[in-house]
Design a protein around this ligand. Structure first.
Ligand SMILES: Nc1ncnc2c1ncn2[C@@H]1O[C@H](COP(=O)(O)OP(=O)(O)O)[C@@H](O)[C@H]1O
Ligand SMILES: [Mg+2]
Length: 264
């Protein structure tokens, strides 16, 4: 049976889709078969981020209407043969899909996968509940900004009312230069504030915006690549290695890097 993990957040734009995609890639690089599922009906963009939008033949609605089997709607990632996407709906009229219906689809295909990663819509409305009801585990993404942390706190409280096996936080977009300078919260402060288990940290990395432009995961040369690999290993093997975003900015050379980063 697949582990079903919902990637969620309180605040929008903190990196849920980025984490879903890159965690999917990192797990598939560990020889695990991964399905990423977009339940953001209406504003879905996972297929675009993954660069598979031109290859969508069937979507979730087609499966529910019996036009095809769930397996037929799956799209294999071009670069990672163990990674699949189940495309969401392309019409905003279909937002009334229930979590029972999604669970029905998942039940048809979950034996094929090691992981099903569910990209949650922004906010804590119906779409949030629908996505969480399909998962056994949750990762709450936040950035080191106070508004995002506060919203993550609300989401963590909400998640208490679900019967999840595990709830972890992931801190995205950490600027090592600002953390070293004391101008940004570090992950330990956030972890203590939220009183939650930390699955990992991802640095703020221009490589991510670039990757999303061309559809798909960050390149192997990017710093975020290593961070996502650590998170995948923490998740799968129970390791507890957290990417150190500040390393680059410590010492003499690091100090110079920090000054340069501030200028750009
Ligand atoms: N670690 C990061 N470094 C740089 N840019 C990032 C990072 N994570 C996300 N982004 C950018 O932030 C924007 C929002 O990310 P996205 O994953 O779409 O958020 P969400 O799904 O939570 O709305 C995107 O433009 C993405 O490229
Ligand atoms: Mg998103």
């Amino acid at each position: 049976m697949a582990r079903k993990i919902v990637i969620t957040s309180g605040k929008g734009g903190v990196g849920k889709t980025t984490v879903t995609t890159n965690l999917g890639v990192a797990l598939s690089n560990m020889n695990l078969k991964v399905l990423i599922l977009d339940v953001d009906f209406g504003l879905n963009n996972l297929d675009v981020v993954m660069g598979v939008e031109n290859r969508v033949v069937f979507d979730v609605i087609d499966v529910l209407k019996g036009k095809c089997r769930a397996k037929q709607a799956l799209i294999q990632d071009f670069f990672n043969p163990l990674l699949y996407v189940l495309p969401s709906v392309h019409s905003v009229n279909n937002i009334n899909i229930t979590s029972e219906q999604i669970n029905f689809i998942i039940s048809q295909i979950e034996s094929l996968f090691d992981y099903i990663i569910i990209d949650c819509p922004a906010g804590i409305e119906i779409g949030f509940h629908r996505a969480v009801k399909c998962a056994d585990e949750a990762i709450v993404v936040t950035t080191p900004h106070i508004s995002a942390i506060r919203d993550a706190d609300k989401v963590l409280t909400l998640l208490n009312s679900y019967n999840l096996n595990s709830v972890k936080i992931l801190v995205n977009r950490v600027r090592g230069d600002l953390v070293v300078g004391g101008e940004m919260f570090n992950e330990n402060t956030i972890k203590e504030y939220l009183n939650a288990d930390l699955i990992g940290v991802v640095p703020d990395d221009d490589g991510i915006s670039l990757a999303l432009n061309v559809g798909g995961a960050v390149s192997k040369n990017s710093v975020a690549y290593e961070a996502f690999n650590l998170i995948a290993r923490n998740l799968h093997n129970g390791e507890r290695n957290i990417f150190d975003c500040t390393k680059k900015y410590k010492g003499l050379i690091g100090g110079i890097r920090k000054k340069i980063r501030k200028l750009v």
